[in-house]
Ligand binder design. Structure first.
Ligand code: CP
Length: 292
């Protein structure tokens, strides 16, 4: 199958071919195509989402697929049905591909081994978020022409971030250098990237801020929003010290005035909303790849 479970195992060529196909779809902006007419794609979200779920739906509809939006909260998951049994149920009804977001790390790989239809990872716990990193790479390539040689600083809650992991795996394959910046209790010991000070991080070509993921925190991890902002937030003052050519990125949702000042979200050097726009052609390329 043409599943996409993560970027760790994908080659640079495979990733580039997805980015190239996304560029094709961006250059062919007519609202709908009939490439996937008659194909059924199920979006199965066992964790909340705005951007990923909606942009997959837009992407699938633009390709002409039939879309089934499965919401765990309104399903028999509430009666205790497992994620595996839920996916198996939809497969037995004849879906052609599934997009899935879930919390438990490792479960997606297990399910993918038992399921025949291709599965696309829309975020699994703190493991990977491959389509987010693809749209991030796409955004960087579009802005800088190439990712090779870029210095990318990923700042914030690295410990809980699947975005940091997928970006680290992919950016390295493309010859970018990745540094992290995080308070001690938000670092991920198993990831092999150097931690730098905030002063150094904001000198990178790409300043990628991460959301403080309060819903995944043990109590007491964040002393206060104000103290976090003071030490690790991209404030207006810090943004003024960035290089002229540098860009701000953030996967969103954003905690305004915690990890990034509200005024910076739509600043001229911010790619936060362009990242979301780029999510559609990226997901068109990924869904097409799964079904072709
Ligand atoms: N960036 C991202 O994955 O956003 P959602 O959680 O809203 O999908």
């Amino acid at each position: 199958t043409r599943s996409l479970l993560g970027l760790k195992e994908l080659s640079q060529q495979e990733i580039q071919s997805i980015l190239d196909r996304a560029a094709y779809w961006e250059q062919h902006p007519s609202k709908t195509h009939n490439l996937l007419n008659g194909k059924f794609v199920a979006n199965m979200f066992f964790e909340n989402s705005t951007r990923t779920r909606t942009s997959f739906e837009v992407a699938e509809k633009r390709l002409g697929a039939e879309v089934i939006n499965f919401s765990a909260a309104a399903s028999s998951v509430e009666k205790g049905e497992s994620i595996y049994d839920t996916v198996r149920t939809l497969e037995s009804m004849g879906i052609d591909a599934g997009v899935i977001r879930l919390k438990p790390v490792g479960m997606l790989a297990e399910i993918a081994e038992k399921i025949q239809v291709p599965l696309i990872n829309a975020g699994d716990g703190n493991n990977e978020h491959p389509t987010q990193a693809l749209l991030d790479l796409y955004t960087m390539q579009k802005h800088f022409g190439t990712v090779q040689g870029l210095k990318v600083a990923i700042i914030g809650d690295i410990l809980h971030s699947r975005v940091a992991r997928s970006n680290l795996y992919a950016l390295r394959k493309f010859g970018a250098s990745v540094v992290f910046c995080a308070p001690d209790n938000m670092r991920a010991a198993e990831l092999n990237a150097p931690y730098v000070s905030m002063e150094e991080a904001i000198q990178a070509d790409v300043v990628m801020m991460l959301r403080v993921q309060l819903e995944r925190h043990a109590t007491g991890m964040l002393k206060s929003a104000e103290s976090y902002r003071a030490s690790y937030g991209l404030t207006v003052e810090r943004a003024q010290q960035m290089q002229e050519h540098a860009i701000i990125m953030h996967p969103a949702p954003v905690n305004r005035n915690v990890e990034i000042d509200s005024e910076l979200v739509e600043a001229p050097n911010s790619k936060i909303f362009p990242q979301m726009a780029n999510g559609v052609p990226i997901r068109m390329a990924v869904v097409e790849r799964a079904l072709s």
